[in-house]
Write a protein that binds this ligand. Structure first.
Ligand SMILES: [Zn+2]
Length: 494
């Protein structure tokens, strides 16, 4: 039972690194470069604000959107005709002649404007950006085809009733406080210019932001006008301060975090809004399904249902926003380590089995919500000059974070009782493993094993000093006498 810490840290480093397949280790080392060699890239964020156009302004917006639609329509027709004739994907390097591209199409715009003055009404870049949008739509179509989706179709033509999104890229708009003004050359009947200035809703302050792009769009159902604004916020530069926080994400504890400096842990219980909403949603759903499909009553229930689902999703998202903000801002660590979700094996369960399918469906949903939380953490960390590092979570729930013994455990085991005497919350254990693995990989990357080993040793001492106190309490709650004795031993060995 008595470990020699120095030898142990080396042993732990080896075990935790060997747990990772070569690819995952390479990925982790790549991530560590964000600490050892940080590049401060600008961050782009998007926000959405509501605007209230007057009748006159609405008329102008529609006219401008219609011009964008027509450009999209004709450019798409040219591309589609070419595709129907040739069916050549960009990856097949055959003789490609006369293939319409963004460059070829946008070079025709000046001529088109001369011939059809109506296109002069738009601020000229908005038409170019419509062509760029078309290019992007084709790119995603090509990607689908390349990936074997043979039934993917080229982008569709949009109907006249459809408000085509207007893109203003970098130029053509001016923001003063909460007022935004767009350039255009659409005359009214009196050949007077209509001022396309809008008061933006909300508290968001654009004064200190570098606004990169503004798009004007209309919601499909409610026909309200919104702006989607992409901006680059000013962010403090990241610097490694030698303090790290490892986070284990889950569905019961949204966050279980441990600090490398103090060894302290925090857990944040997930707010299960679905527990409140799910029975209500199922009730309305069943009522709806008892009505004649598409009858008035059916529509009434259907609207009610989608409202409830939206509300549930909003509450969940709101909670994730608040929690991620708190987590990122309240830690002294400038570097936060989370699991790399891509390396988690989600397809292990067998197909066909209904119960398994259901649980897989749920676990996919959960992984979606966890991925979103990870995205929130990532950008909120950047906003305050911190970084998120993703490292594979392999075996982090199987190994005991003290003695490294590997054991398969059921998901329902919330408290881990290891033969070595450690009694610990399952999620805290995972976070502890992640922290130790991160320190091991950091040592490997620095090629100065002393730093990583010392950090690992200090972390283990502090972490287990705290854990053995709390595990004494939890084991007495559990009434496991044998374990309690052993965990007392653990205190001595540390
Ligand atoms: Zn153990």
């Amino acid at each position: 039972m008595v470990f020699k810490e120095k030898r142990l840290t080396k042993k732990i480093q080896k075990i935790l690194i060997n747990d990772l397949p070569k690819k995952e280790l390479e990925k982790a080392l790549e991530q560590i470069k964000q600490i050892t060699n940080p590049i401060n890239k600008p961050l782009q964020l998007a926000t959405r604000v509501k605007i209230h156009p007057t009748k006159e302004q609405e008329q102008v917006l529609w006219a401008l959107a219609e011009n964008c639609r027509l450009i999209y329509y004709f450019a798409n027709k040219e591309r589609k005709d070419w595709w129907d004739q040739n069916k050549i994907l960009p990856k097949n390097k055959q003789d490609i002649t006369n293939k319409p591209t963004y460059n070829s199409q946008s070079s025709l715009l000046p001529k088109l404007k001369k011939q059809y003055p109506r296109y002069q009404q738009n601020y000229s870049k908005t038409l170019q950006d419509t062509l760029k949008q078309l290019e992007a739509d084709y790119k995603s179509f090509h990607t689908l085809r390349n990936n074997g989706y043979t039934d993917a179709e080229p982008p569709r033509f949009k109907g006249k009733k459809y408000f085509t999104t207007i893109h203003y890229n970098q130029k053509g708009f001016k923001i003063e406080g909460h007022k935004i003004t767009f350039n255009h050359f659409y005359p009214t009947k009196e050949t007077k210019e209509v001022d396309l200035s809008f008061q933006m809703e909300g508290k968001f302050d654009f004064r200190n932001q570098k606004v990169k792009q503004v798009t004007i769009f209309q919601t499909y159902k409610t026909k309200e006008f919104f702006l989607s604004i992409i901006y680059e916020p000013q962010i403090p530069e990241y610097q490694d301060n030698g303090i790290y926080q490892a986070i284990d994400q889950g569905m019961i504890n949204l966050v279980a975090a441990v600090n490398s400096h103090t060894g302290k842990t925090i857990t944040v219980k997930n707010k299960r809004v679905d527990k409140y909403w799910q029975p209500k949603i199922e009730e309305v759903q069943s009522k709806r399904d008892h009505c004649k499909k598409y009858s008035n009553k059916w529509h009434w229930y259907n609207d009610k249902l989608s409202k409830m689902i939206r509300k549930q999703a909003n509450q969940q998202r709101d909670f994730q926003h608040k929690t991620s903000k708190k987590i990122v801002e309240n830690t002294k660590a400038n570097t936060i380590i989370i699991g790399d979700l891509n390396s988690k094996d989600m397809s292990r369960k067998k197909k066909g089995d209904k119960k398994n399918d259901k649980s897989r469906h749920r676990s996919m949903q959960n992984s979606g919500s966890i991925a979103r939380f990870a995205r929130f953490l990532t950008y909120k960390a950047k906003l305050v000059g911190k970084r998120i590092i993703r490292i594979s979570e392999r075996n982090s729930s199987k190994r005991c974070c003290f003695c490294m013994k590997k054991e398969n455990r059921k998901l329902s085991e919330r408290i881990i009782i290891c033969d070595c005497g450690l009694v610990i919350d399952r999620d805290i254990n995972s976070a502890g493993i992640q922290m130790q693995r991160f320190l091991a990989i950091l040592a490997l990357s620095l090629k100065r094993p002393v730093v990583g080993q010392r950090l690992l040793k200090v972390f283990r001492e502090k972490f287990f000093a705290i854990q053995s106190q709390t595990s004494n309490e939890s084991s007495s709650i559990l009434g496991v006498g044998r374990t309690r004795k052993k965990s007392k031993m653990l205190v001595k060995t540390l």
